[in-house]
Design a protein around this ligand. Structure first.
Ligand code: AMP
Length: 288
């Protein structure tokens, strides 16, 4: 059976043509940078199921990449993405170009302070300003009642929630569980960079996080022990570790001593030249 491709809208004015039909606000939104995989599609499913209208944006946002990041080589595959979205029920795809999102003369950046000081913040200066800015612009352009973000990018989710609360944005932000390949690797557009041998090394990240999860379930509460468990899985396998951190899941501040109720264990590491992030939440029952 032929599945219809979603509507592709290139400008904010075309987008309004679609979104204005949902002026009651019953619109779900999934911002992405494309190179869509099943993880993205799980967010799309949430948006489609809960709303009359739904929009997926596909935009590789230059302001969230540093000078040494992979902006130019980031996978771009709009046609394939549209095929992947066919049959998902999504109403429209917003795929603007850079000039549409950042018209000449644009000077405004959104900066979320405290939450961006740890984890990826120091190693990717300016990254979260770029993320918060583009998401704020997309929220204004789309006007959704609910937006869906992956828990895999846990710090990003926290930053967006903070921005929405601080700027009184009328958007509900939903965090969606991380989708993994059967062997545990968190799905990511950047996995496409990995050679087969690198992909095998990359499994150490989810292995380490599972080890922390198992130890926590068995009663381990010492932050240093949980940290060491993850680190020991990584050491022989990755080419560089940006961080292994055990943090408070609300403030993202590093924990010392013991985990009391909940913690986030977060990892950012390079396998070859590919930077991967992943995390697990301790003390949170996410089973259905
Ligand atoms: P990206 O295209 O990488 O900017 O991701 C777009 C959205 O998809 C973000 O909210 C991500 O957190 C989310 N996402 C990426 N990978 C996954 C995954 N494996 N499972 C669930 N959500 C994901």
């Amino acid at each position: 059976m032929l599945m219809s491709l979603p509507l592709v809208l290139r400008t904010r004015s075309e987008l309004r043509g679609y979104t204005s039909a949902f002026s009651n606000g019953n619109l779900g939104f999934v911002p992405t940078m494309g190179a869509l995989h099943e993880g993205h599609l799980s967010l799309v499913k949430c948006a489609v199921e809960a709303h009359e209208g739904s929009v997926v944006s596909i935009f590789v946002n230059p302001t969230q990449f540093g000078p040494n990041d992979d902006f130019h080589k980031y996978p771009r595959s709009l046609e394939q993405d549209l095929k992947r979205l066919a049959g998902s029920g999504v109403g429209a795809v917003f795929a603007p170009d850079v000039a549409e999102m950042y018209p000449e003369g644009a000077q405004t950046l959104v900066h979320v302070a405290g939450l961006t000081e740890g984890l990826c913040g120091p190693v990717r200066p300016g990254h979260f300003d770029g993320v918060a800015t583009v998401v704020a612009k997309l929220f204004h352009a789309v006007g959704p009642c609910t937006a869906y973000f992956g828990r895999k990018d846990f710090q990003q989710l926290a930053v967006i929630r903070r921005m929405v609360a601080d700027l009184f944005m009328p958007v509900r932000v939903e965090g969606v569980a991380t989708l993994r390949d059967p062997d545990g690797l968190a799905m990511s557009s950047r996995n496409a960079y990995l050679r087969a041998d690198e992909r095998a090394h990359a499994l150490c990240i989810s292995r380490g996080l599972r080890a922390a999860q198992r130890a926590f379930a068995a009663g381990e509460r010492r932050v240093a022990e949980l940290h060491a468990l993850v680190l020991s899985e990584l050491l022989q396998e990755v080419s560089r570790i940006d961080y292994v951190s055990v943090v408070d899941p609300d403030s993202l501040v590093a924990l010392n001593g013991l985990v009391h109720e909940r913690a986030l264990v977060a990892v950012a590491a390079y396998v070859g030249t590919t930077r991967l992030i992943d995390n697990t939440e301790l003390g949170v029952d996410r089973s259905p």
